[in-house]
Design a protein around this ligand. Structure first.
Ligand code: SF4
Ligand code: SF4
Length: 216
């Protein structure tokens, strides 16, 4: 099996959050506790957690006149090529790399790692600690991928905003799509950290218009 990657094309995202729900459902993740309260936004929950591994970020920006614009982006672990979280771990078995896909996987051993050290090492602020002490995040649904099924989020996305496949194909697709979006009137369009991560995000607008932690 070839190295895998995602392309998240925000120009196609409608913020339906089917990806969030599909992740919860496939991975049998509990509902958020406490139940999030209404914060005056459709974004929910407010943050990633040990039971929320995929989150769609909503950012309200100034538009033309009185009408604001929304920018949406699906965020989760980027499955970094040289994962800083793994480099920060004390024990090699705590965080492993799936040899088939390249997915970065948190194991039971993360319970004995320093949460603050692992979380601080992540450039995207992804790991979260569960009540059992373990650290949790997106698994790339490797159980599905090993059975030739796409990750649950990619399967659920109704608008084609999430593409999953062989890394070389995804990188080529990202380049092609970026050129098309720029031609379409978005000169600031960019793909983020494309060579360093397995979750490549394509933005139409400047990164400052999305609530997104990016690599420094
Ligand atoms: S995004 Fe963070 S948690 Fe995921 S592989 Fe990279 S460093 Fe690790
Ligand atoms: S399922 Fe697709 S369209 Fe819906 S929020 Fe997720 S990425 Fe966006």
């Amino acid at each position: 099996m070839a190295d895998k990657s995602f392309l998240i094309d925000t120009t196609k995202c409608t913020a339906c959050r089917a990806c969030q729900v599909a992740c919860k459902q496939w991975n049998e993740l509990a509902a958020e506790d406490p139940v999030p309260t209404n914060r005056g936004t459709y974004e929910n929950p407010p943050d990633l957690s040990a039971t929320c591994w995929v989150k769609v970020q909503f950012t309200e920006n100034e538009g033309d006149g009185d009408t604001p614009t929304w920018n949406f982006v699906r965020s989760s672990c980027r499955h970094c090529i040289d994962a800083p979280c793994k480099q920060a771990a004390e024990n090699a078995d705590s965080i492993t790399i799936d040899s088939d896909t390249g997915a970065v996987l948190f194991g039971e051993g993360t319970a004995s790692e320093s949460y603050s050290k692992i979380r601080l090492a992540c450039p995207f602020d992804i790991p979260r600690q569960g009540t059992d002490g373990r650290l949790y995040k997106c698994t790339m649904c490797v159980d599905r991928v090993h059975n030739d099924e796409p990750p649950a989020c990619a399967k659920a996305c109704p608008s084609g905003a999430i593409t999953f496949g062989d890394r070389e194909d995804i990188l080529a697709m990202a380049d092609t799509r970026l050129a098309a979006v720029k031609d379409d009137g978005f000169p600031n369009a960019a793909t983020l950290d494309q060579r360093d991560v397995r979750l490549v995000i394509l933005l139409a607008d400047p990164a400052s218009m999305y609530s997104l932690t990016t690599r420094a």
